[in-house]
Write a new protein. Structure first.
Length: 178
């Protein structure tokens, strides 16, 4: 089960913008000294993901947005995901997405048939490493700490931060080699 449309969209943003994901991995490295986080950030650029994998998003009032229901409709039709809307005590609603063994089997078969799809699983695991157990609102707050994201006018494309993140990584590597 996956909880929260806002959380799903926040994580999806990091898949669509690998440079923003790399920036968060650099932040993890700076807080924890976990070399694997810095290595993963570097690998994102070594594999040219910000150039090859970028899927631009438009900034709306609540940040990057895509109609998740439309995206999930194909999976829902095939019985791979079920979307549920649960009323909260606050009066609002929370979306929940249920998957099961049929979905896992489908994904495993898809990766066997098309090995390039394994990238999405790897990237999702990195995004989940950044997301941890944070709520969708907390994840959106992380997005807004990026000046380029926060200052993007409504209705326009969120820009890449590739060059800035590359400089951060070079600076860290330079300090390590000094």
């Amino acid at each position: 089960m996956f909880y929260g449309e806002k959380r799903a969209l926040a994580i999806d943003f990091w898949l669509r913008y690998p440079d923003y994901l790399a920036d968060q991995l650099v932040d993890i490295y700076l807080c924890t000294a976990d070399d694997s986080a810095l290595d993963a950030a570097e690998r994102i650029f070594d594999e040219e993901e910000p150039d090859v994998r970028l899927v631009k998003m438009i900034r709306w009032r609540r940040g990057a947005y895509d109609d998740l229901e439309t995206s999930l409709s194909v999976l829902s039709y095939r019985g791979l995901v079920r979307s549920m809307k649960r009323k909260l005590p606050t009066g609002g609603y929370q979306f929940e997405y249920l998957t099961g063994s049929k979905a896992r089997e489908f994904l495993n078969d898809a990766v066997i048939d098309q090995p390039g799809l394994a990238w999405y699983e790897k990237q999702t695991l990195l995004a989940l490493q950044v997301a941890q157990d944070k709520s969708g609102s907390a994840l959106k707050d992380i997005h807004y700490t990026e000046e380029e994201y926060a200052s993007t006018p409504y209705g326009t494309t969120i820009p890449s931060i590739k060059d800035r993140v590359l400089e951060r990584i070079k600076g860290i590597r330079g300090e390590q080699n000094a």
